[in-house]
Design a protein around this ligand. Structure first.
Ligand code: NAP
Length: 261
């Protein structure tokens, strides 16, 4: 029996990288999907891949940092599918890589708006719907190893990802009695357009592949390779399934051992 048969799952940032990986994995496991992303073109790409699986899904475009766009997404999903069983808060951006002393107000504010306010808005909307409908639910957010260790040039990003971990723990204590679990995942170096967007100029200049660069310059990876969206999607699928029904308030590393606490 597929792990998520007929569960209704919302995924933000589903047009690319980890979010697209989650959408495809959830579809394999029988979920019905409401997908959200800021660009229609990237949603169309995910939609083309999902059509091959025969999955039941609908796409919504908008910005997770805007209350009205998030409300439109959740209202549309409930109208289409009748309920929400799983919410994956994955949409996120990197900050312009700069030392903190050179960071602009705008760079800081946008990172907070998307990565922290965006996750807050979706956690709130999911929690309200799950409480109203009854029967529990699963809220899973994508934090980062950067939310556990400070990374140079990424101060605002690190702050948002640490914030996601603490919002997860706080909400888990509030909604546990209603059967809603709230967890987050902390990926390490994952090969996605987000990471490549940051590193491509460097890779072009040095002639290294992403993996060569990460193994030489990043935190050591005991498992000896970088990660891929499917690695993160497998963990999120587990957290969304009945297999994880006694876990809440956790921030789980998925990094080949790059981060261990
Ligand atoms: P990605 O490939 O860029 O995918 C993120 C998706 O979210 C993109 O389609 C992006 O659109 C979209 N998005 C950005 N801002 C949005 C907004 N305001 N509203 C709605 N959608 C928005 O990145 P990814 O690497 O898969 O990242 C997914 C999550 O994993 C992020 O939260 C990231 O911080 C986290 N993460 C990634 C890594 C890694 O190594 N890749 C490691 C740790 C954590 P655009 O393409 O237009 O920006």
């Amino acid at each position: 029996m597929p792990l998520l048969q007929n569960r209704v799952a919302l995924v933000t940032g589903a047009g690319s990288g980890i979010g697209q990986g989650v959408a495809l994995r959830f579809a394999q496991e029988g979920a019905r999907l409401a997908l959200f992303d800021i660009r229609q073109a990237s949603l169309d790409e995910t939609a083309d891949k999902l059509k091959e699986t025969g999955a039941d899904f609908e796409c919504f475009s908008g910005d997770v940092s805007l209350t009205e766009d998030v409300a439109r997404f959740f209202d549309g999903a409930v109208k289409r599918f009748g309920r929400i069983d799983i919410c994956v808060n994955n949409a996120g951006i990197g900050n312009p890589p700069l030392p903190l002393v050179q960071m602009t107000d705008e760079g800081f504010d946008r990172t907070i708006a998307v990565n922290l306010r965006g996750v807050f808005l979706c956690m709130r909307a999911a929690g309200r719907q799950m409480i109203a409908q009854g029967g529990g639910g699963r809220i899973i957010s994508v934090s980062s190893q950067a939310g556990k260790s400070g990374f140079a040039m990424l101060a605002p990003y690190c702050a948002t990802k640490a914030g996601v971990i603490l919002m997860t723990r706080a909400m888990a204590k509030e909604v546990g009695p209603m059967g809603i679990t709230v967890n987050c995942v902390c990926p390490g170096t994952i090969d996605t357009p987000l990471l490549r967007g940051t590193l491509d100029p460097l890779l072009a200049a040095t002639g290294q592949t992403l993996e060569e660069w990460a193994l030489k310059n990043g935190p050591p990876i005991p498992l000896g390779r970088i990660g891929y969206p499917v690695d993160v999607a497998k963990l999120i699928t587990f957290l969304a399934s009945d297999e994880a029904d006694y876990m809440t308030g956790q921030a789980i590393n998925i990094s080949g051992g790059q981060e261990m606490h």
